[in-house]
Design a protein around this ligand. Structure first.
Ligand code: MLT
Ligand code: ZN
Length: 469
């Protein structure tokens, strides 16, 4: 029996079947995605992960790998085609190896949180080139599996750019290990890269080797209120061209900042200046070996459209400014379970896109409330909608189709940094051609011929074969 075999491999304490206990593994962070697992398996080693995969393959039961469950697209819960799967939680694989200071690398178990790896690297004088608000819960395995973006993409790229190597357990339980750490190791296809962003559909990531980045001696953040979105986009161009220390350009709007202030009990960033609700605010951060404040101030002073600015140079003041930006996800989720979309639209078309969204959303869903924020330097906009009827799946789909079709029409992406998961499956064809979809299915079939790994994510189960539950 499946459960008996899992207990034999992991011990009874690490095979969870009590619904009161498994529910937190079956529901994603937002509460939007829920499913039922036959069991939650909690291995502590790569060998135990391999044993779980062999057992599931033998019983023909699907497997949903799970890290911190903060992925936001439902890819880590046993819903839809993965109903009745074994949730394979990687959270006990938390070991972090000593930093290789000469190579600038660290290897961590998939279940180590981003915050723990950042602290570990910092103690050795290094930073991690990936960062975002969910750092305390998100695991490095999940970050690699979803090719997470975040707030440092401008300088360091997506997670793919930071992954030097991986250890992955394949569907049949065999282990693929590429952890040489050599920056030049050009022998055939780059397999670690293939698994980055594969969302648990090609293998289960058990170790992640990350490139580390230097820790800047000085850091300055500024929150800028800007007259309108075209001016904000113009400011991105100015900053990019003239401020070499530029590290992040994040976008929020007046109404979102008010929401965060109300949720966290914070004072407004520009007290006594009631800017209109649709005023864009840019959170700009610069880093360098010397204080970058002068460079940033010089660029901002010559820019058009900056209405006001708050500058922060101490860690406490910077955290205070970042809270206005990073508080958005929790503040929106506190209203109700939002429809969460994550698109990229070429910067030149961003303003027209936002104008269209502000008209389109009330036309499709009159009672809805639109929340926009994102990573402006990377043309990545988070489009959240609250006030929708929870049970009105058709209404949510209609709105999703309208917004994603609009983004795709502008040459945008329907899944900028959160990936596909279960949330975007129906719309993948808006961003990928039939030829690309055929290659995705062929890769999936080559590595997971029975389709047991996270079925219903990226490639639809029908394209890869069948599985028994
Ligand atoms: C963000 O940038 O705030 C995150 O991607 C989370 C979200 O979209 O809610
Ligand atoms: Zn984001």
């Amino acid at each position: 029996m499946l459960i008996t075999d899992l207990v034999g491999a992991l011990g009874a304490a690490h095979v969870l079947t009590d619904p009161d206990v498994t529910v937190s593994y079956e529901t994603d962070w937002t509460g939007a995605f829920r499913g039922r697992a036959v069991a939650v398996a909690r291995p502590a080693t790569t060998d135990q992960v391999a044993a779980v995969l062999r057992i599931c393959a033998r019983h023909g039961v699907p497997v949903v790998p799970q890290g911190g469950n903060t992925g936001l697209v439902g890819g880590s819960v046993p819903a839809g085609a993965a109903a009745g799967a074994v949730v394979l939680s990687l959270r006990r694989l938390t070991a972090i190896e000593p930093v290789d200071a000469a190579a600038g690398l660290v290897t961590a178990g998939a279940g180590a949180t981003l915050a723990d790896v950042q602290a570990h690297a910092r103690a050795a004088g290094y930073g991690v080139g990936v960062d975002f608000a969910a750092r305390d819960s998100a695991t490095v395995g999940g970050i690699a599996a979803s090719n997470a973006g975040g707030e440092r993409v401008l300088r360091h790229g997506m997670t793919r750019g930071q992954v030097a190597g991986l250890e992955v357990v394949l569907a049949d339980g065999s282990v693929l290990r590429r952890l040489s750490g050599l920056p030049k190791d050009n022998v055939g296809y780059d397999l670690p890269s293939l698994f980055v962003g594969s969302e648990g559909t090609l293998g289960v990531i058990t170790k992640v080797q990350l490139r580390l980045v230097g820790l800047p001696a000085a850091r300055t953040a500024a929150l800028l209120a800007v007259s309108d979105l075209p001016a904000a986009v113009g400011l991105v161009a100015t900053l990019r061209a003239t401020v070499a220390s530029l590290d992040a350009v994040e976008l929020v709007f007046g109404d979102g900042v008010d929401l965060v202030c109300a949720h966290q009990g914070r004072p407004a960033p520009f007290p006594g200046r009631p800017f209109p609700q649709d005023t864009p605010y840019l959170l700009v951060e610069c880093v360098g070996p010397t204080d970058p404040t002068g460079d940033l101030a010089a660029a901002v002073e010559t820019a058009t459209g900056v209405l006001d600015a708050v500058v922060a140079t101490t860690a406490t003041d910077r955290e205070r400014l970042w809270a206005y930006r990073e508080g958005h996800t929790a503040a929106v989720n506190a209203l109700d379970v939002p429809l969460k979309l994550d698109v990229a639209v070429p910067l030149a078309r961003m303003s027209a896109f936002v104008d269209d969204l502000r008209a389109l959303v009330p036309a499709v869903a009159p009672s809805a409330r639109l929340h926009l924020w994102g990573h402006l330097a990377e043309a990545n906009l988070h489009v959240n909608v609250t006030g929708l009827d929870r049970g009105d799946t058709g209404g949510r789909e209609e709105l999703t189709t309208a917004i994603l079709t609009r983004a795709a029409a502008d040459g945008g992406s329907i899944g900028a940094e959160h990936g596909v998961g279960r949330a975007k499956m129906a719309w993948v064809g808006l961003s990928r051609s039939p030829a690309e979809l055929a290659v995705l299915a062929a890769v999936k079939h080559a590595l997971d011929p029975t389709g047991l790994l996270n079925p219903g994510v990226i490639v639809s189960p029908g394209l890869t074969g069948s599985y028994r539950v």
